[in-house]
Design a binder for this molecule. Sequence first.
Ligand code: GLP
Length: 241
Amino acid sequence: MRIIEVKDYQQMSKRAAEYIINKVVQNPSIKLGLATGGTPIGTYKSLIEDHQKNGTSYQKVTTFNLDEYIGLSSDNKNSYRYFMNDHLFNYIDINKAKTNIPSGIAPDFQEECHRYEDIISRHGGIDLQILGIGSNGHIGFNEPGTSFGSKTHIVNLAPSTIQANARFFSRIEEVPTKAITMGISTILKSKEILLLISGEKKKDALCRLLNGKINESFPASVLKNHPCVTIIADKVAIADL
Ligand code: GLP
């Protein structure tokens, strides 16, 4: 794993956006894996600024998001589909038909998991996956204990994840308790991974990722098995290493 240390959240976002833009310019039909949460918001903002200023085009890009809450439809402000439209897709020239996010309201969730896994494969897999990390080491919504062999599946969210994500909702009771997420093996199949880590709350996770063993009790540790991972982390997150 290659680590790029940057000053702060703003620099992380700028650096990550440059990284992504460079890949999009090299391969306009790139398949991008995208993440939600607070971490990538600044990166998406920088992508929009670049699109408006320099005209980088996303017309041929296909995207696959990591996950979605079960029970939230696309017009719910807390759904990840709404998040992606609101933080990125509405402001760049991407073809929304080429943006894929698991459905949180599918009639049959097992079927939806198969469909999602299948659509990624049919596109030849993800070229560059953007990832954040949960403080318990989750990637996507793969909580501690998830099998490294897992494909897209339904998960029960850990109480710590519900607590951490409650900041986006008006009341903690509104946070869904289940989600649909790409599995660990789905994520690991990406040709390249860009992991973004910022802030005090992620310090322990980064330390455990770099110094701990590869173990299902800490899902992100599996990234050490991947041949092409770049971490962009800010000084606060990196402090104790
Ligand atoms: C969420 C998302 C993850 C994200 C993580 C960290 O639950 N499912 O994809 O990486 O938690 O979120 P944040 O960036 O807000 O700290």
